[in-house]
Design a binder for this molecule. Structure first.
Ligand code: FAD
Ligand code: S2G
Ligand code: ZN
Length: 419
């Protein structure tokens, strides 16, 4: 690293390379610094649940490790089989259970970071509370490798739930999705661990690539029909993590009864075993795997006020008529106000992105949302930062970047807009 500083060679820290905004790939002649071989678990305290691990540890491997002590990692995402904890920290990954276990800013206890000047910044404490000065670790969480290379993490794991329940609901409208979400918050309370939604287009795409819709036989020809066994306009996946199966099922049954009785849900199923639960999760996690098979994919990961989330999908759909075959679909972590709007098209239309992207970003900005909820900005969205951040905020970010990396050798061309 030191030689790089002298010769001003830029580098790109790389974890599992599952990022979706081009943050982990070189733009010019940067050297790739892979953390994959820094993959040792350094310690786990079964009393506190504090795990200390090197940055290159794969998320799934860490979860398997702490599961032996009846703990679980405080984040879960579809890429868990290859993403690394160092990459999760650097992108401030959200994932499927942020609703329950909170963001990494809350669960990360400490970091070890190598700075651009070669110094090792040791913040690797496992204390729950430490109020001695500026909380430096937060600078590196979500900094996408532009401020330092994360080499180790200490993170607070959570007790592994002994009771996991998964419910899948068919819903008539997006308004029903939000009504069911508020009922879930009220009636499931502390055991609610995930609330994901997907629209009919997502169901169609996911089931055409191997997932099985538990609420219907073969998907219908059109998205809207809701006769029994047909495809519903919307679906919600609701999961609970608890410590008492009977208690959790009682709450869940009352919740299900309420959403069916109020007509918010047209149909629903409760997973009776782990296999059925994983089949239901496969519908949701299978969407992203299925999308590339549909042709060109344009991805937008945005935060919006929950009631507005699917309106953006509908407004984009109205714009797509001029590109035959192009389709907009919406899914995501509705419990966090995080929409994954994806446009798929059998052929890549160069002007589609040029027209739709500004429309999406302006729409999100006018709704006081964020143009990147959890995937970061990388190289693909760095120039769009002003749709969410003020010029003053970007100037402060630049000052911190210049202070910690004056020669701009850490992941140049990423996250911050060109000067
Ligand atoms: P990489 O892709 O290797 O790198 C990501 C960024 O972090 C780059 O800027 C890189 O330079 C930097 N970086 C990596 N390691 C380090 C390090 N040790 N020190 C400093 N900088 C580093 N993301 C979500 O937030 N939520 C989801 O639900 C989610 N689901 C996904 C599902 C699928 C199927 C896929 C393919 C991706 C998904 N992602 C999701 C995106 C991605 O998995 C996350 O951004 C993840 O945190 C990236 O981790 P990684 O180790 O692959 O990092
Ligand atoms: C998700 C990542 C994949 C995608 O599935 O929750 O964060 O396709 C996304 O956007
Ligand atoms: Zn996501």
């Amino acid at each position: 690293m030191v030689s790089q500083i002298i010769r001003r060679l830029a580098l790109v820290p790389q974890g599992g390379n599952t990022g979706l905004v081009g943050g982990s790939v070189p733009v010019q002649d940067e050297i790739i610094l892979s953390l994959s071989r820094m993959n040792k678990i350094l310690s786990f305290d079964p009393a506190s649940g504090a795990l200390v691990a090197q940055a290159g540890c794969i998320l799934q491997n860490l979860d398997d490790h702490v599961a032996q002590h009846n703990f679980l990692m405080p984040l879960d995402l579809g890429a868990k089989g290859s993403c690394q904890i160092g990459g999760n920290i650097s992108t401030n990954a959200g994932g499927l259970r942020l609703l329950r276990y909170g963001p990494l800013h809350g669960s990360v206890l400490g970091l070890e970071v190598v700075l651009a000047n070669g110094q090792v910044l040791d913040l690797l404490r496992t204390l729950r509370k430490d109020n001695t000065g500026i909380h430096l670790k937060h600078l590196f969480i979500g900094s996408e490798g532009t401020l330092g290379v994360v080499t180790a993490v200490s993170i607070q794991c959570a007790p592994r739930p002994s009771s996991v329940q998964v419910v899948f609901l068919g819903l008539e409208s997006y308004a029903a999705v939000t009504q069911v979400l508020s009922k879930a918050r009220k009636m499931l309370g502390e055991i609610l661990s995930a609330f994901e939604f997907l629209d009919a287009e997502c169901m169609r795409i996911s089931t055409s690539f191997g997932s099985v819709n538990p609420l219907g036989s073969a998907p219908a020809s059109d998205a809207g029909s809701t006769q029994s066994g047909q495809i519903f306009p919307f679906y919600a996946l609701v999961e609970t993590h608890g410590s008492n199966g009977a208690h959790d099922r009682e709450k869940l049954d009352a919740f299900l009864e309420a959403v069916m009785a109020d007509g918010e849900a047209c149909d629903g199923t409760v997973a009776e075993n782990v296999h059925q639960a994983s089949q239901i999760w496969k519908i949701r996690e299978g969407i992203s795997e299925a999308l590339p098979h549909c042709g060109a994919v344009y991805k937008y990961d945005v935060s919006l006020p929950t009631p507005l989330m699917h309106r953006l999908v509908e407004e984009v759909r109205a714009q797509l008529a001029q590109w035959p075959g192009a389709l907009a679909l919406g899914y995501g972590h509705v419990g966090d106000g995080n929409l994954h709007l994806n446009i798929v098209s059998p052929k890549a239309y160069p002007d589609l992105k040029a027209q739709i992207e500004p429309f999406v970003f302006e729409w999100v900005s006018n709704a006081n949302g964020s143009i990147s909820a959890e995937h970061g900005l990388g190289q693909m969205k760095a120039d769009a930062i002003y749709h969410t951040q003020s010029p003053t905020a970007v100037d402060v970010m630049r000052s911190i970047k210049n202070l910690l990396d004056p020669q701009h050798i850490l992941n140049p061309y990423k996250m911050l807009p060109k000067d």
